[in-house]
Ligand binder design. Structure first.
Ligand SMILES: NC(=O)c1ccc[n+]([C@@H]2O[C@H](COP(=O)([O-])OP(=O)(O)OC[C@H]3O[C@@H](n4cnc5c(N)ncnc54)[C@H](OP(=O)(O)O)[C@@H]3O)[C@@H](O)[C@H]2O)c1
Length: 287
């Protein structure tokens, strides 16, 4: 499915450039040398190039000052080759995440987390929606899993997954109209909620927390959690694990794997956002 979305974007890029528009460009700002973040950034870079999107990574030292980082964001806001960019999270503790994210031009905010884009999303008219929730909706649609009238339980309330996913599912019409419950670390008796879910989405980053006793028979389960866990049986010494224990496969009617599943869909939907941002930036320039 991710490949199908990437092919769609490649065609859109081709048509856009053939019509005389500048090639869309994605920049990723990476602060520090966290290996997992560096891997994600390389994945985004490779996927962009494959669909014909110009790609740049701005690597900054872990001790970069907030002002220096804001300076880079200001440059990217006015760089005509860059139609969309994102700051890879998490940021080091000495940098205020909100100040940085609020400095991004909302038309170039391909992660969809600037308050302007979040506001549109919450109001039911998303423009640039975060890639992971968009990828989940696309997965469900491609599999013919309807959301109308379904009880969808989301475990996790982050700004990039749980919160925007809830807003998308609450919209009226196709891909929305769900009854949504959002759980988090202060939820009492998590299982009493997850067991009610027709569709269960987990985005906690707690490997194996959800076991088959916590899932209704026949539920569709979407596992967003992606955490490195030690695995001495592998040469590299680790593997990626999701929030769902393996036994969930005994009760779920459909399930996304980790690795795979939501991860590749997220990257594919990010590329869609870069193309969407190219159109927004172009409209802005023509006004
Ligand atoms: N595959 C992908 O493309 C992709 C994309 C994004 C994220 N991820 C993965 O998804 C996971 C979540 O990331 P994130 O950035 O969305 O989340 P995050 O900011 O780390 O937040 C985790 C959320 O899970 C909740 N939580 C933690 N422990 C819990 C527990 N024991 N019971 C119930 N809720 C619990 C937290 O509750 P509180 O709010 O109360 O702290 C919080 O809302 C990570 O493993 C991340 O790597 C994968």
């Amino acid at each position: 499915m991710a490949e199908k979305v990437r092919d769609e974007v490649a065609r859109e890029v081709e048509e856009w450039v053939s019509a005389g528009n500048p090639r869309p460009g994605l920049a990723v700002v990476l602060v520090g040398a966290d290996p997992a973040s560096a891997t994600y950034v390389r994945g985004k870079e490779r996927a962009s190039v494959e669909v014909g999107i110009h790609s740049e990574t701005r690597k900054l030292a872990a001790d970069v000052t907030q002002n220096e980082l804001l300076e880079v964001i200001s440059e990217l806001n006015s760089d005509e080759r860059i139609t969309g960019f994102l700051v890879q999270l998490p940021l080091p503790d000495h940098i205020d995440e909100d100040t940085v994210l609020h400095a991004i031009d909302p038309n170039k905010d391909v992660d969809g987390i600037h308050p302007f884009n979040m506001g549109l999303l919450l109001g039911g008219t998303p423009r640039l929606a975060p890639a992971t929730p968009s990828g989940i909706l696309r997965l469900l649609a491609e599999e013919g899993v309807g959301t109308s009238g379904k009880h969808i339980v989301i475990c996790g309330r982050s700004n990039i997954v749980g919160r925007p996913l809830a807003a998308l599912l609450l919209r009226r019409g196709q891909g929305g109209d769900a009854t949504v419950t959002v759980c988090h670390s202060r939820t009492t008796d998590l299982g009493s909620f997850t067991r009610q879910a027709d569709i269960l989405v987990t985005a906690m980053g707690v490997p194996g927390l959800i076991t088959k006793e916590m899932v209704k028979y026949g539920a569709v389960v979407i596992d967003v959690g992606t955490v490195r866990v030690d695995d001495p049986s592998r040469e590299r010494g680790w593997r990626l694990a999701g929030d769902m224990a393996l036994d969930v496969r005994d009760v779920a009617s459909m399930r996304t794997p980790v690795p795979g599943g939501v991860g590749p869909m997220t990257i594919a939907m990010l590329l869609k956002n870069v193309m969407q941002a190219a159109r927004l930036v172009d409209e802005g320039a023509r006004k």
